[in-house]
Design a protein around this ligand. Structure first.
Ligand code: ADP
Length: 256
């Protein structure tokens, strides 16, 4: 009985939260966007190319919030919501979550207060359909994608990075480490929040290969789409570039 009540309470809270976001976002669009234009940026790149870290660092510099669809899906899965139940199998085998579901989740995220003035998308869009639908959604709101950056990293480097990646298990932190190139000070413990670090379920060899295959087939072709729209800048970060150098280059490209 208690569990049922708690479930109903959580559903009601989610419903009221969404209503608040819809109304708030509508008012912000109508009243405030004329004074401060929203800015939407996209980071494209294979799994392990560093999109997540860069998005978190770059977003504040461009006064937007970072959004990782992978993180959103993992959060839904952990909370065992309806969305979460539908994405679980895709997270496990490295296949893409269906476009309609992804777009519904992204729209729901974008109307949350932290994205009212724009977003730095990490991991979205990943298919042609997502890209066109995203453009349509933004156009309906009177906005558009400002700039897209492709991080083009070689496969060997990606597999090496992903299989050695360890991620902070505290969802609010999510800091990543690398067993070869950037360990935490205390083994297995996050430097920032002291939570344990762990290997993500999909950072294992079979799933890594599936994710890289999916990227080549589904996402890489998006570069042509954004190239034709003249909003794409491509980078091939080499092993001898420091994280700071990559950050500065990408920031400059995003600022146009
Ligand atoms: P990575 O980019 O390193 O593969 P993410 O955390 O971005 O990791 O994504 C993890 C998983 O979430 C993907 O393998 C896929 O199943 C799902 N996913 C994330 N973003 C999308 C998207 N835009 N469309 C469909 N599925 C997605």
């Amino acid at each position: 009985m208690n569990t049922m009540l708690l479930g109903a309470w959580k559903t009601a809270l989610r419903f009221f939260g969404t209503c608040f976001n819809e109304v708030g976002f509508y008012l912000v669009r109508k009243l405030l966007w004329r004074f401060r234009r929203p800015r939407y940026f996209i980071l494209l790149g294979p799994p392990g190319s560093g999109k997540g870290t860069l998005a978190t660092q770059l977003a504040p510099a461009l006064q937007v919030s970072p959004m990782s669809t992978g993180d959103v899906f993992r959060r839904e899965k952990a909370a065992n919501t309806n969305f979460g139940k539908q994405v679980t199998a895709h997270l496990a085998d490295g296949t893409l979550v269906p476009d309609s579901l992804t777009l519904a989740i992204v729209r729901r995220e974008l109307i949350r207060p932290r994205y009212w003035f724009g977003a730095m998308e990490d991991g979205f869009p990943r298919t042609q359909q997502q890209a066109t639908q995203f453009d349509l959604l933004l156009a309906k709101w009177g906005a558009s994608v400002e700039r897209v950056v492709l991080l083009d990293v070689d496969d060997d480097a990606l597999v090496d990075r992903l299989s050695n990646r360890r991620t902070c298990t505290n969802k609010a932190c999510g800091r990543t480490y690398n067993l070869k190139y950037g360990r935490s000070v205390k083994a297995g413990i996050c430097d920032v929040c002291d939570a344990p670090t762990a290997q993500r379920d999909d950072d294992v060899p079979e799933v890594i290969s599936a994710r890289l295959r999916t990227y080549r087939v589904e996402t890489k072709p998006l570069c042509n789409y954004y190239q034709n729209r003249k909003v794409l800048a491509s980078f091939h970060p080499t092993g001898d570039m420091t994280a700071q150098e990559v950050f500065v280059l990408v920031k400059t490209a995003l600022q146009g």
